[in-house]
Write a protein that binds this ligand. Sequence first.
Ligand SMILES: NC(=O)c1ccc[n+]([C@@H]2O[C@H](COP(=O)([O-])OP(=O)(O)OC[C@H]3O[C@@H](n4cnc5c(N)ncnc54)[C@H](O)[C@@H]3O)[C@@H](O)[C@H]2O)c1
Length: 440
Amino acid sequence: MKKVTAIVIGAGNRGNNYAIYSKECPDFEIIGVAEPRERPRNLFKKFYEIPDDMVFKDWREAIKLKKCSDVAIITMQDRLHKEAAVAFANQKYNLLLEKPMGVSASECEEIVSACKENDVILAVCHVLRYAPQARKIKELIASGVIGDVMNIQHIEPVGYWHYAHSYVRGNWRNEALSSSSLLAKSCHDIDLINYWMSHTYVDKVTSFGSLSHFKKENKPEGAGSRCVDCSIEDKCPYSAKALYLERAKQGNLGWPVSVVTEGYENVESTKDLEDIVKDVQQKLETGPYGRCVYDCDNDVMSQQVVNLQFKEGQTCSFTMVACTQKICVRSTKIFGSMGQLTCDFDGPVYHFDFNTKITTPLYAEEYLPSGSKMTGHDGADYHLIKAFVEAIQTGDRSKILSGPDETLSSHLLVFAAELARKENRVVNLDQNGRPISNVH
Ligand SMILES: NC(=O)c1ccc[n+]([C@@H]2O[C@H](COP(=O)([O-])OP(=O)(O)OC[C@H]3O[C@@H](n4cnc5c(N)ncnc54)[C@H](O)[C@@H]3O)[C@@H](O)[C@H]2O)c1
């Protein structure tokens, strides 16, 4: 098989996450990187043995070269996707693009057009489509074993400390700086629902949401502005000391500590533990991850519901909620005319048949190869990049479940839900997912 070569644009958490596949698959090679931050750039360069002339501080430097690899893996922050994706597509790079594809409908459309006009392969990292449970549910619905789908209930539990890390202190805390939490976090879930129901389309959307708790007025008496000098930190479940410093001291340097240290778990550390702990301490004294969760510039929703009605009257309720025990383990119930599917995404899909009255646990077939480090999203990250690399090798685009059209379709639903929430109304959609104007 032909070797697939890639340049990584943004060697942060996700860039490293996909690049590691090159250590597991001999047909995939990382040949370049663009990354402005010195430490992640140097760690990445060393780990993937990238020559100096293929290491860039900005993607704009890399694009000046003539096309240097089969693929550009674009894993920069949300608001940086569109310009880079269009530029690399115009240079005929195939794209692995992190979600969200873009932060508005027009950005997403521009990316899709650029990929189509240049006839390049695009996979957006809606990794959950590749999760064995999601594929099993799709297969079961399509097979008709539960008859006609009547209703879907789907929940995304973000996790109390995960929410504090990413959506109060971290990169996705503020919509103007990144995107809404529905787009940043739950575009995966809206996408799954759209995937499972691809035989029809959504024609009505409503949504409610708010930001609770993580606000200045809820700051407890005696709390400091940083956890390192807070007198009641040991009674706070959101303590940055517990979340980062204690983990670092125990040698637990993977995510989320790696976000604070700007080092990544897949990359060999160049520092010893004592230095890393000092580094974390200093970052908590001065950086964003040491801030009191009641004293940040966050404004994204901590809970949101989205109600969807499909063309033939089927309904779906989706809930995203910040403060949960489970971290991102989705849970789904799908009610059909002949049976029911129930799944927590850390276990099998249960099928209850109304005729036989038997419940059958159905295990998804695809597992991670033993020893794989790509355990992200329970192995879905592995299946996504594997499918993408195989699609590039063979030219068979059907291997990609999250290509331009299906991604645009589910992103449009997210934008419609946000419109419904912000304008406090039902948004009616046409067959192409576009809001039908002036219908309240
Ligand atoms: N698929 C998923 O489940 C999933 C999970 C988490 C994050 N994400 C998405 O992945 C993207 C990246 O998230 P992350 O957690 O890796 O963030 P990150 O901040 O760790 O990584 C982004 C990197 O891009 C780099 N960068 C910034 N400007 C650049 C430029 N001009 N040229 C090259 N690189 C540049 C940053 O320095 C940073 O290292 C985001 O869009 C995020 O929403 C997706």
